[in-house]
Design a protein around this ligand. Structure first.
Ligand SMILES: [Zn+2]
Length: 78
């Protein structure tokens, strides 16, 4: 995979910065960690939704896993 670089200073590290506009909209900016050139902006709400969906999927997966482990344990004990 090609290495990402800043278009301004060619630095290779980036950081996510959370900003809130005057109207209260929340964004997440991806900027160069060296010079601060903004590479991209993400909608904070969308990110939160993605995280929430991932959390739901993960907890469902863990619930299923727990159930399977319990079933196996019960089988061993009986
Ligand atoms: Zn830069």
């Amino acid at each position: 995979m090609a290495r990402s670089k800043c278009p301004a200073c060619e630095y290779h590290e980036f950081e996510a910065v959370h900003v809130t506009t005057k109207t209260g909209q929340k964004f997440c900016l991806i900027q160069c960690a060296n010079c601060g050139t903004v590479i991209g902006a993400l909608d904070d709400v969308k990110i939160m939704n993605v995280i929430k969906n991932a959390e739901k999927k993960l907890s469902r997966f863990l619930e299923n896993l727990n159930r399977k482990v319990l079933t196996v344990c019960r089988r061993k004990n009986s």
